[in-house]
Design a binder for this molecule. Structure first.
Ligand code: PPS
Length: 309
């Protein structure tokens, strides 16, 4: 029995045993996310289902809340019906049978469903592509993405052990974190964006002009909303609102899993926080490595935004 199991039914303080990293078709993956891989791989999507895809910590929750708000025409109460991870299940999520798996949660819903995944393109269940499902991919610049992921992996006890900042920095560059290399992930989805109904958006763009990007998402979803409703969605999905909202800030997740004395899920929500973490030497190593890994793509990121945020 895993040390994470709690026969007393949730009140115990037993330590969570962090999972290890394994290889899933050549991509580093937390062992717990492949517990029911066969069911994930063979998942049968409905043509009306919408997939929200990101590399972890690239703005998933933000896009999820924007999508849910658009689909419910800015009705705040409807968006407050459940925490975001219950409204929009996480396809490959699984944790030793102790938490509801993504597959189990999806089985209880009827289509059209909105589904979250962090899978790289080559591992996404084929039915999403065969059914021509709409897909929103949100990418975030690698430096901020890495910093956010480090804080998350420290506080989230069901993620593999992150080690020190320097160790994590190296592992990120080697793709030895859950979901593998950031570079492969963002490029993989970029390469296929014109072959499928994929809206490829950027965290930095939403930060720069949330209304513009929300309108983009709204049009992609085939919706038309009045200006006042759009204004409300911009407000509802701001970092400040989402940080305070128990239905978006993951405060409903037990302390057993999230150690909030280390970091909050809604941590900073900015562009350029990497500057507070990268040493000059790390930045040089990162840039050199980035040029090699990203030299074969026209995909461009911004690591800072002009003006205040
Ligand atoms: S997860 O676990 O992969 O689903 O995490 P994800 O939601 O992708 O990423 C969490 C980071 O996104 C930030 N965030 C936001 N930034 C700006 N505005 C809004 N509304 C918003 N909502 C979430 C969150 O703060 C995490 O980034 P960091 O840099 O760690 O603060």
């Amino acid at each position: 029995m895993s040390s994470a199991q709690d026969p007393a039914g949730g009140g115990g303080e037993q330590q969570i045993e962090r999972p290890s990293l394994v290889s899933l078709h050549g991509v580093a993956m937390s062992e717990v996310f492949i517990e029911n891989w066969a069911a994930v791989e063979s998942y049968q999507a409905d043509p009306r289902d919408l997939l929200v895809v990101t590399y972890p910590k690239a703005g998933t929750t933000w896009v999820q809340e924007i999508v849910d708000a658009i689909l419910h025409e800015g009705d705040h109460a409807k968006c407050g019906r459940a925490p975001i991870h219950k409204r929009i299940p996480y396809l490959e999520f699984s944790f030793r049978g102790l938490l509801p798996s993504g597959i189990d949660s999806l089985a209880e819903m009827t289509s059209p469903k909105v589904i979250k995944t962090h899978l790289p393109f080559q591992l996404v269940p084929k039915s999403f592509l065969e059914q021509n499902c709409k897909i929103i991919y949100c990418a975030r610049n690698a430096k901020d993405n890495l910093v956010s992921y480090f804080h998350f992996d420290q506080m989230n006890k069901i993620q593999p052990e992150p080690g020190s900042w320097e160790e994590y920095f190296q592992r990120f560059l080697q793709g030895n974190v859950t979901y593998g290399l950031w570079h492969d992930h963002v490029k993989g989805w970029w390469q296929v964006k014109d072959e499928h109904p994929i809206l490829y958006i950027f965290y930095e763009d939403i930060k720069e002009d949330p209304r513009r990007e929300i309108v983009k998402i709204m049009k992609f979803l085939g919706k038309e909303l009045p200006d006042a409703v759009l204004d409300g969605i911009v407000q509802q999905t701001s970092f400040e609102s989402m940080k305070e909202n128990p239905m978006t800030n993951y405060s409903t997740v037990s302390d057993r899993y999230f150690d909030r004395s280390i970091s909050l899920f809604m941590r900073k929500g900015t562009v350029g926080d990497w500057k507070n973490h990268f040493t000059v030497a790390q930045d040089e190593v990162f840039e050199e490595d980035y040029r090699r890994k990203m030299g074969d793509t026209d995909l461009r990121f911004r690591t800072e935004l002009r003006g205040s945020q």
